[in-house]
Ligand binder design. Structure first.
Ligand code: ATR
Length: 276
């Protein structure tokens, strides 16, 4: 019988996950299906608890249900337990298990960018203090970054995330980033600025070292005003689409038993869809 998985959330119509997983299902000749289910938060607990009776072996969870999904897990991987949120669920002997793979996706995408980390101790500057930022800070700390400066317009939100991770994460107000620019090996935009329809994130990048990498988790548009400016000034850039592609890898492997590859062909498929 065909293995069924879906992406859940509200709204779910914008999700590119069906395209991503559909590509892998075809590529590996797997008898499976990946669909989408609109699940309002009020129905989320019931939905995730009844995945099996609905014919699913697992699902992805997108906004606004990641915290609710975590709350119904029988077993949480370390990533989900630390963040109190889950974006990937699967059933194991009838038990509902979950992980948060956004941070993994971010790091795998950075590594795939051939940045040559060489096990060196690194410093990151993360902008924004929402759920995505929390997942990325967690992944950077787990990846062994020596220091993570976390800047946010609302300082208290940055302080709350920093408190979860100890002294390696240093909160600061957004207007103070000039103080830490020089130390950053990687600058990551996790604010919603730069997204289609939002104001651009305008930063003075002159304080960054030339070898620093500038990255954005926004992928609509693919080249955000920040990435355009950074590339124009000669910095290496990493866009948010790669993070989306890589975050899907652990889930696909769980559900369908094959560790899928993030190929240039897959990226081109998603790029074409974003342009459509
Ligand atoms: P998510 O959970 O999707 O990561 P979020 O919780 O909506 O996103 O967070 C959006 C981030 O963008 C926040 O860091 C927000 O800053 P505040 O915490 O101060 O609200 C940041 N952000 C949004 N609009 C902004 C703006 N105009 N200037 C600076 N930061 C902004």
């Amino acid at each position: 019988m065909s293995v069924r998985v879906c992406v859940t959330g509200q709204p779910v119509s914008y999700s590119r996950s069906p395209l991503l997983h559909g590509y892998w299902l075809r590529k590996y000749g797997i008898d499976g299906a990946y669909g989408r289910e609109e699940v309002p938060p009020s129905e989320a607990v019931d939905f995730y608890r009844s995945l099996a009776t609905r014919g699913y072996v697992g699902c992805n969870v997108t906004a606004p249900n990641k915290e609710i999904a975590f709350s119904v897990l029988d077993e949480a991987e370390e990533s989900a337990a630390t963040l109190g949120a889950a974006n990937t669920l699967w059933l194991e002997d009838g038990r509902l298990c979950g992980a948060s793979t956004d941070g993994y996706g971010f790091i795998a995408n950075l590594d795939a960018g051939a940045l040559g980390w060489d096990g060196e101790r690194k410093t990151a500057l993360v902008l924004g203090a929402g759920g995505a930022s929390r997942a990325i800070v967690h992944a950077l700390v787990a990846r062994g970054f020596e220091r993570v400066a976390l800047a946010n317009r609302t300082l208290e939100r940055a302080e709350a995330i920093a408190a979860m991770f100890g002294p390696v994460v240093r909160p600061l107000a957004l207007e103070r980033i000039g103080d830490v620019m020089r130390d950053a090996d990687v600058l990551v935009n996790c604010t919603s600025l730069g997204m289609k329809g939002a104001a651009p994130l305008l930063l003075d990048l002159s304080g960054l070292r030339p070898e620093a990498v500038v990255s954005d988790i926004v992928y609509v548009p693919l080249v955000t005003p920040l990435l355009k400016m950074a590339a124009g000034q000669g910095f290496r850039t990493v866009d948010g689409l790669g993070m989306l592609l890589h975050q899907g890898v652990p889930g696909f492997e769980r559900w369908f038993g094959v560790r899928p590859e993030v190929t240039p062909e897959l990226r081109a498929l998603l790029v074409a869809d974003l342009k459509a």
